[in-house]
Design a protein around this ligand. Structure first.
Ligand SMILES: C[S@@+](CC[C@H](N)C(=O)[O-])C[C@H]1O[C@@H](n2cnc3c(N)ncnc32)[C@H](O)[C@@H]1O
Length: 268
């Protein structure tokens, strides 16, 4: 049974008072996702882009400001309402926000140059169907981009190993009550690199598989970055990000992109 709060807003998702590690992670995840979405599209043409699970619309608005013709699709009326309000006082052509589910996108085949989904697939009850749908609505040489948290990141592995050690050897409880390596209660899927690659490769010719940030959520790391001089903290998280790019399997977020494969269903 599908259980989604259609009145949900982002108050439990958007962190207030970002520390340098979080600021970097969210900023870089967004930058890479949007760059890959627009990346190889034809110059001099206004690309038509679909933002799947667009939330409060900040990414759709950013792409519209970069010249794309954007539709954000999102089931929550509260979020689409907020997105429409945020877009209302911006200059220039703005996105259109429509209500809809990722597993049945209300658009014809090949009607977009690109489709992306950022930080949301783990909330879907049928995420692979969402990838198939994104491939269907994107033109054959267009782009599909997926950005997802990695629950087998280095930070998750270290956090889990420390808690296991405390529990098994010291007979103590976990370091934090909210264990970052466990998927939150509103996630249906606990994504790790092999799973997202496997699901994506059934519907996309994957040409980029990239890591963003390293060490986010490592016990104590966030507090350390907040105490360091800002320039030092920013330098440290950027250096770790370079390592995460080399080893995407250990990074905090995976950004994957490719071109649609035509399935029997989508080419019918
Ligand atoms: C964590 S938010 C991410 C929003 C946005 N992409 C961002 O990066 O800020 C997850 C979003 O997924 C939406 N969602 C949940 N289930 C969905 C589904 N089956 N189809 C489409 N969107 C869904 C929620 O309403 C919510 O807006």
């Amino acid at each position: 049974m599908r259980v989604v709060d259609l009145d949900r807003d982002m108050s439990d998702v958007i962190p207030t008072g970002l520390t340098p590690d979080s600021e970097f992670l969210f900023g870089r995840m967004t930058e890479l996702t949007l760059d890959r979405t627009l990346g190889t599209l034809r110059e001099g043409h206004r690309p038509r882009v679909l933002d799947v699970a667009s939330g409060v619309g900040q990414d759709s608005i950013a792409l519209a400001e970069r010249g794309a013709d954007v539709i954000g699709v999102e089931p929550s009326s509260r979020m689409t309402g907020m997105a429409t309000l945020f877009a209302a006082d911006k200059p220039g052509p703005m996105p259109r926000f429509v209500r809809g589910w990722s597993d049945r996108l209300p658009f014809p085949d090949a009607s977009f140059d690109a489709a992306f989904c950022k930080g949301a697939m783990d909330h879907f009850d049928t995420p692979e169907r969402a990838i198939e749908e994104m491939a269907r609505v994107t033109r054959p040489d267009g782009r599909v981009v997926l950005a997802i948290a990695n629950f087998e990141s280095l930070a998750c592995r270290v956090g889990r190993a420390l808690d296991d050690f405390r529990q098994d050897w010291l007979r103590r409880g976990p370091l934090r009550s909210r264990r970052g390596y466990d998927a939150p209660s509103d996630h249906f899927t606990r994504y790790e690199p092999e799973l997202i690659r496997e699901q994506a490769e059934r519907h996309l010719r994957v040409d980029h598989f990239e890591g963003v940030s390293l060490g986010w959520g490592m016990p104590g790391w966030s507090k350390w970055t907040a105490r360091m001089p800002l320039g030092v903290a920013r330098g440290a998280v950027a250096s770790l990000d370079r390592i995460g790019r080399q080893w995407p399997g250990l990074s905090d977020v995976i950004v994957l992109s490719g071109t649609p494969l035509r399935s029997e269903r989508t080419s019918a």
